[in-house]
Structures are given as structure tokens and as C-alpha cells.
Design a protein around this ligand. Structure first.
Ligand code: IPE
Ligand code: IPE
Ligand code: MG
Length: 253
């Protein structure tokens, strides 16, 4: 009998990360290794997205944020950007019913207005279709960059101060968080980056203050549910201290 990876896992639901964010990197290198066009790597990468979204639903992860296209990625060759936008549209069109069926709500963070109109329309339709879903949130970071996000937030706050809707003394960490694309979302507990690069590349810089980080050498198209589960196990063994002395349940100190 074919074994389903999740059947043999022992993951304590109480210590699962509520919010997992993934920097899905390595599509181009995957394609290059196989002497294929980079776009083939992105195509295969979108299959991985499907399998990891399904895995998160099964495992009970409440929020999954996927870095799919950065503000800097607009600087790639035109044909690659076009292919990525087409793949994004294809993904939404083919997956929206599946998301609905699986009780997953779709959300976007980033400059959605910069995406091609047809892509925006499909995203809007899928967001509408899934808006009452409660089991999980799938957050797609599209034309997303933290510096742009923070700059936009500062501008919005400044405007409110100018119109006297806010006083400068009202500026707090919570107020700043409330002006980011991620308002009302918990910070990511775990950030995974594939393809062995040790950097955040302008992803969730504010929100990642106390996120656990895991770097995998696997190229995104090869990333599997099994490896994801191993990473979750690794996360469950970590001691998150948040700047305090220890995270122990004993009172004997
Ligand atoms: C990640 O793979 C996908 C996007 C950034 C859109 P890359 O396309 O960055 O793949 P590499 O890093 O060139 O291998
Ligand atoms: C980060 O990957 C962006 C996404 C995964 C969407 P990049 O490939 O763009 O990042 P760098 O250029 O290696 O830092
Ligand atoms: Mg890359």
C-alpha cells in the first residue's frame, strides 16, 4: 500500500507553527540543472505550491504565506515576468474550486494593483469565492517587498497626521503593524527558504522579528511534503525565547 507521508508523522498539534511563510527559491537553477528553460522550473514550482498548500491543510497549519513575486522580480527579463504572471493566473483559475472545497481563504499581500488586469480579476474572483473559508489562509505575496510595504505604511500614517486624524504620539508598534499589508495577521512563526540562500530578500522584514528561520538546500520544484514535515519537526524542537531567559515549564528556578 502506498503510504501517505502524513500518516506516519508524529507532530504535536499544540506546538505546530500557526503561520508558516516560505521563500520559494530555486526554480531557475532546477531548470538549468535539467538543461531546461527557466520557465519550466516555474511550472514545476507551481506543482510544488499545490502539494504544499494541500499538506498545510491536512496538517492543520492556520496560515501559509508564499513569496511568489517580489517588487525586485519586475526587473527580470520581460518574457520571464510574463510567463510568471501567466502561471499565476493558471494556478488561481485551476485551484480556486479546490481552495473553496478545502475551506481555504485566499488573500494577497503586496502591490496587487501592479499586476496585469486579467490576473487581478482572477485573484479578486478567487478572493471573493473563498472569503468565508475558515480552516486556513493562503496568503500570496505578489509584487511584495518589505521596504515598499513599510514606505507605504509611513505615507498612510503621515497623511492621517496631516489631516489630524492621528497625533504623532499615537505612533506605536501596533499602529505601524496595522498599516502593513499583513494587518490583523499573526507574525510568521517559521520562515522557510529553499535553494540554500541565506537571506530574506526583502520578505516580511518587520514581521520576521522573532520568526524561526529554516534554510533548505532543496530547490523549490523538488521540495516535498516529507521534507516539509521534517522541517516542522525541527521547528517543534526549538526553544523560542523572544529575548527572555528561558522557555521552561518548571517553576524551580
Ligand atoms: C524563485 O525561483 C521564483 C521567483 C523568484 C519568482 P528563481 O526564479 O529565483 O530561481 P533561481 O534562484 O534563479 O534558481
Ligand atoms: C526571492 O527570490 C523572491 C521570491 C522567492 C519570490 P529571488 O530569487 O528573487 O531572490 P534573490 O535575488 O536570490 O535574493
Ligand atoms: Mg532566486
Amino acid at each position: 500500500m502506498k503510504s501517505d507521508a502524513t500518516h506516519d508523522v508524529i507532530l504535536n498539534p499544540a506546538t505546530l507553527p500557526s503561520h508558516v511563510a516560505i521563500i520559494m527559491d530555486g526554480n531557475g537553477r532546477w531548470a538549468k540543472k535539467k538543461m531546461l528553460n527557466r520557465v519550466k522550473g516555474h511550472e514545476q514550482g507551481s506543482q510544488t505550491v499545490r502539494s504544499i498548500v494541500t499538506a498545510c491543510g491536512k496538517l492543520g497549519i492556520e496560515m501559509l504565506t508564499l513569496y511568489a513575486f517580489s517588487t525586485e522580480n519586475w526587473g527580470r527579463p520581460k518574457h520571464e515576468v510574463k510567463a510568471l504572471m501567466m502561471l499565476l493566473k493558471k494556478f488561481i483559475v485551476s485551484q480556486k474550486e479546490e481552495l473553496k472545497k478545502n475551506n481555504i481563504r485566499l488573500n494577497v499581500i503586496g502591490q496587487m494593483h501592479k499586476l496585469p488586469t486579467d490576473v487581478q480579476e482572477e485573484l479578486d474572483a478567487a478572493i471573493q469565492l473563498t472569503k468565508h473559508n475558515k480552516k486556513m489562509v493562503l496568503n500570496l505575496a505578489l509584487s511584495y517587498g518589505s521596504r515598499e510595504e513599510i514606505t507605504t505604511a509611513v505615507r498612510k500614517i503621515a497623511k492621517k497626521i496631516k489631516s489630524k486624524d492621528l497625533d504623532y504620539k499615537d505612533i506605536s508598534q501596533d499602529l505601524i503593524s496595522d498599516h502593513l499589508y499583513t494587518k490583523e495577521m499573526p507574525d510568521p512563526d517559521l520562515i522557510i527558504r529553499t535553494s540554500g540562500e541565506y537571506r530574506l530578500s526583502n520578505f516580511l522584514l518587520w514581521q520576521a522579528a522573532y520568526s524561526e528561520i529554516y534554510i533548505s538546500d532543496t530547490l523549490w520544484p523538488d521540495f516535498s511534503e516529507n521534507e516539509f514535515i521534517e522541517i516542522l519537526k525541527n521547528f517543534q524542537e526549538r526553544d523560542r525565547r523572544f529575548g527572555k531567559v528561558e522557555c521552561s515549564t518548571s517553576n524551580d528556578g
